[in-house]
Design a protein around this ligand. Structure first.
Ligand code: ATP
Ligand code: MG
Length: 422
């Protein structure tokens, strides 16, 4: 996959180690001679280039963070600023505030000049030092503003929506003849981004979720027939639920969007829960927010400001159905419901995520300085890559039910109930 470049790279890089533009990484590393031909996409390898398109002394960069919070956003901002400032010598860096809204001068607050002093301690806290938002911005107004402010490089840190926004900005700038390098850094605690084996924030979220599951298990274990339902993030994919289940080993039922489960009947989830309660006297149920949507038909569809379909509340639905079912069965029980959704995403990044953020950010700076545009930094087989924005934003990653992650869930929970093919 070739990445668009803004023009000839004419300025020597101040760095001393380089990666050639010709090196590629194979997306699928497994060779199975008996399998049909697979997706043998070749991706460009990220890293410092010997020649730069932008003259660092004259370059102006902007950073924007959009969508939901994710542990590590501040680490990314900090590493972008420090790499630009200290390594490349770029002195003009603006932080656009409140997500894409901040690109619109009529709606957004003044951008913040980003310096090493400003970012010194930001990685020690969660959230984003630039704030974030959902909802559209007029792309034409945004590009007018970027041209007026002489922004050459825009780093867009966010999920699939943010990357689609980045693609729109890149195309609009191209139409206007403005040489804008748009480089995306993928952000999602859900870990559902294709071409990225692990997104930053995911492991921190799993760590937090595991802590909560330990408490849930204590609650369930401390009373007769104690049941705790924990709802966790994961709108399209159950990676957090799967990771936390395998890490904690305390969960008895893990429900994810990829496995549409049967609720009623002898082979359904409720009957399986009853059997577990009768046999073991306690149960912990972990449900991802996007699970079981097929069970809650009716009602109006609701969308967030960015146009994403909101999940119906499977946590509350399950709590109520479990309550009604066990009452009917005349089984005594204590049922607790925990919804820690936002608690797992507003914390600072753990060490592994902090390292990942730094790698993503520094590779984004290398790509931008070389004049590459319309790309997102990916990561596969521990190698950072350049992925065209449109390619990344057009797919979603989900749990593979044959993967070690899901097989680990089945082993840790021992869960058995009917479900439809995913
Ligand atoms: P997450 O889902 O992880 O919270 P996200 O980046 O997907 O992150 P969204 O709220 O969907 O979050 O989108 C972030 C920003 O991108 C919003 O301001 C939204 O309006 C904008 N955006 C989404 N899709 C497009 C698009 N097709 N064109 C332009 N802008 C878009
Ligand atoms: Mg999204």
């Amino acid at each position: 996959m070739n990445i668009t470049v803004l023009g000839e790279a004419r300025y020597p890089s101040p760095l001393s180690h380089f990666v050639s533009d010709k090196i590629r990484v194979l997306l699928n590393a497994v060779i199975d001679p008996d399998a049909p031909p697979s997706d043998d996409l070749l991706l460009e390898v990220a890293g410092p280039r010997e020649m730069l398109y932008f003259d660092p002394k004259k370059t102006r960069a902007g950073i924007v963070t959009c969508g939901g919070l994710c542990p590590g956003l501040n680490n990314v901002i900090r590493s972008l600023v420090l790499q630009l400032h200290h390594v490349y010598g770029v002195r003009e860096i603006l932080g656009f505030v409140n997500g894409y809204q901040g690109l619109d001068p009529w709606r957004g607050a003044e951008p913040i000049p980003l310096t090493p002093e400003f970012v010194e301690d930001i990685h020690k806290g969660g959230g984003s030092a630039l704030n974030t938002s959902r909802g559209p911005v007029d792309v034409s107004v945004a590009v007018d503003n970027l041209i007026r402010r002489k922004i050459d490089i825009l780093f867009v840190v966010g999920g699939d929506g943010t990357q689609r926004g980045g693609a729109a900005l890149y195309h609009e700038a191209k139409l206007r003849g403005h040489a804008l390098a748009v480089v995306g850094i993928p952000k999602t605690i859900d870990n559902d981004v294709p071409f990225v084996s692990r997104t930053f924030g995911y492991l921190t979220a799993v760590e937090e979720a595991t802590r909560i599951l330990t408490c849930a298990h204590t609650e369930a274990h401390s009373v007769e027939n104690g049941i705790v339902v924990v709802k966790i993030m994961g709108r399209h994919a159950g990676f957090i639920a799967a990771g936390a289940t395998v890490a904690s080993q305390d969960v008895n039922f893990t429900l994810v969007p990829e496995v549409p489960f049967v609720l009623d009947g002898e082979d359904g989830f409720l009957a399986a829960l009853k059997r577990r309660i009768v046999k073991r006297g306690h149960a912990v149920i972990l449900v991802a927010e996007g699970a079981g949507q097929h069970l809650m038909s009716g009602g109006e569809k609701q969308y967030d400001a960015s146009g994403n379909l909101k999940s119906k509340d499977i946590g509350v639905f399950l709590r109520d159905r479990i309550h009604t079912y066990l009452k009917e069965q005349d089984i005594p029980f204590t049922l607790r419901y925990i919804d820690p959704s936002y608690l797992v995403r507003s914390v600072p990044a753990g060490a592994e995520d902090a390292i990942l953020c730094d790698f993503f950010a520094r590779n984004a700076v290398h790509a931008a300085m070389a004049g590459k545009t319309g790309l997102v930094i990916g990561q596969q087989h521990d190698i950072f890559t350049h992925v065209p924005i449109e390619l990344l934003a057009s797919r979603k990653k989900q749990l593979d039910l044959n993967s070690p992650e899901w097989q680990g869930v089945l082993s840790a929970t021992g869960q058995e109930f009917a479900h439809f093919p995913a």
